[in-house]
Ligand binder design. Structure first.
Ligand code: HEM
Length: 445
């Protein structure tokens, strides 16, 4: 554990799963608050329950979200996830050089479809562009202390034209996209029947309400949909991006995974969710992608709501408690050679080994704030990785002399971590694989 004061704010960094479980999980009634920063509020993100303080209002949102994203609910989205993974293959075939853009765009299209039943435009969809812009602001503004106004709240009254008040202009600019993320897709949601979208289902469920009650529930509904959409657009996609990086650096892993897909699925169809239990190596690749480059390396900070004591140390009320997910998932005792990408570490005799710690215990955070989108994320990651490996070879790009270019596993530092841009070659594995990519009909993003 490391304790420090940063500009008057106490911070506690938890470097082990044990300390994180002890505090964030076992004492979750004390450690489930968030720091609601001035900048996040100025950007208009107050409706986002990821950044909300621990309150009755947050609980209502969390409950609303859970109803549509719990383990029993998400299988309903499998057909849309499968169709989206197939669409991604087609994008990769058409224009492989822009693979990173395709990943982002297609994940945006998928969650837009699941939440609002909206079929995204082939490119430059207005909803996706707006959400991307809104998330850009959150990625910067959610870092406590990224802006001076977080330390000196009085600065929020400084007018935008004053020298040094550039944050006001930035916040106002982001706010347009943040509010549009909540309102626009909701207004355009497919409502032909209750199964058309999550938005349609919620709207139907609350339609008997009236007056203030209806207005409040409607607000919660819009917020829950907006958060699902915004959180879904920028998270799992980072893991998939890291997976591409791993495939370049560990070609033998790619071969082994492709062999299992060939044995189980065969060359004449794409993988299905019903294959999942027979594809332990693909599951291990998914787990290792989550572990190797965690998407939220320092978790989302929790805030303590009371003075506390742990192992004789005093933890003052208002401490920002940061789970060091990176350290937990790179603990050499749990994961020998932690810097290496080794899906085999999760297997024993070819099957998943339950004795190895699942990276999900830390990658998705802890306690009452633990990621409620994890079941949806697990499904999308599996289907996309299985479909990509089944149909494509991912190899290093070549330099001017035709030699494979070296790639370093380097990640950008931000609350959500993404790999630095890199190039690669993505080619169909065979003419049959190409027909599979082109051939199968799909109706939705
Ligand atoms: C690889 C994929 C993902 C990772 C690694 C991830 C990770 C996380 C983490 C670390 C947190 C903070 C937990 C904490 O405070 O202890 C979180 C919160 C959250 N995540 Fe995810 N997430 C992923 C995908 C998703 C998806 C796809 C959705 C939506 C469909 C989602 C929705 C949320 C929401 C709503 C919260 C806020 C929970 C709260 O504050 O009560 N996440 N996620």
């Amino acid at each position: 554990m490391i304790f420090l004061w940063a500009f008057g704010t106490p911070m506690l960094i938890l470097n082990t799963l044990e300390s994180s479980t002890d505090l964030l999980e076992k004492r979750s009634s004390t450690y489930s608050d968030r720091l609601e920063t001035e900048m996040v509020a100025l950007m208009g993100w107050g409706w986002n329950f990821v950044t909300m303080g621990y309150s009755q209002w947050w609980r209502r949102h969390r409950r609303g979200f859970h109803q549509y994203f719990n383990a029993a609910a998400v299988p309903a989205y499998e057909p849309k996830i499968h169709a989206s993974a197939h669409k991604l293959l087609q994008r990769l075939l058409k224009d492989p050089k822009k693979f990173a853009n395709h990943l982002r765009y297609q994940f945006g299209a998928n969650i837009l479809d699941v939440v609002y039943g909206i079929e995204a435009a082939e490119q430059d969809d207005e909803h996706i562009l707006i959400a991307e812009k809104a998330m850009e602001g959150l990625a910067i503004g959610f870092n406590p202390g990224a802006f001076w106004v977080d330390f000196l709240p009085i600065l929020k009254y400084v007018p935008a034209w004053m020298p040094g008040a550039g944050f006001q202009k930035k916040a106002a600019d982001w706010k347009i996209s943040v509010m549009a993320t909540k309102e626009l897709a909701w207004a355009h949601a497919a409502r032909d029947n209750v199964d058309a979208s999550i938005a349609a289902n919620i709207a139907e469920r609350i339609s008997h309400l009236e007056g203030k009650e209806l207005a409040e529930e409607m607000d919660v509904a819009k917020n829950v949909c907006g958060v699902a959409y915004a959180a879904g657009i920028d998270t799992t996609v980072s893991t998939l991006h890291s997976f591409f990086l791993a495939m370049l650096l560990y070609p033998e892993v790619q071969k082994r995974a492709q062999q299992q897909l060939a044995d189980v699925v065969g060359p004449r169809r794409l993988p299905e969710f019903s294959d999942q239990a027979s594809l332990p190596y693909i599951e291990a690749v998914c787990k290792e992608s989550m572990r190797w480059q965690p998407v939220v390396p320092l978790n989302a900070p929790h805030r303590s709501m009371e003075d506390d004591e742990y192992h004789g140390y005093f933890i003052p009320k208002g401490t920002l408690v940061i789970q060091n997910t990176w350290a937990i998932l790179h603990d050499p005792e749990q994961y020998p050679d932690p810097e290496e990408f080794m899906p085999e570490r999760f297997l024993k005799d070819g099957e998943l080994n339950a004795a190895i710690r699942d990276p999900g215990v830390a990658a998705f955070g802890a306690g009452r704030r633990t990621c409620p989108g994890r079941h949806f994320s697990d499904l999308t990651l599996f289907m996309n990785i299985a479909c990509i490996l089944h149909t494509f070879n991912v190899t290093p790009a070549l330099d001017a002399e035709g030699k494979p270019m070296k790639v370093e596993p380097r990640m950008q530092t931000a609350i959500l971590s993404h790999p630095y841009p890199f190039e690669c070659i993505i080619r169909p594995r065979s003419p049959l694989a190409e027909t599979l990519i082109l051939g199968q009909k799909h109706t939705r993003a």
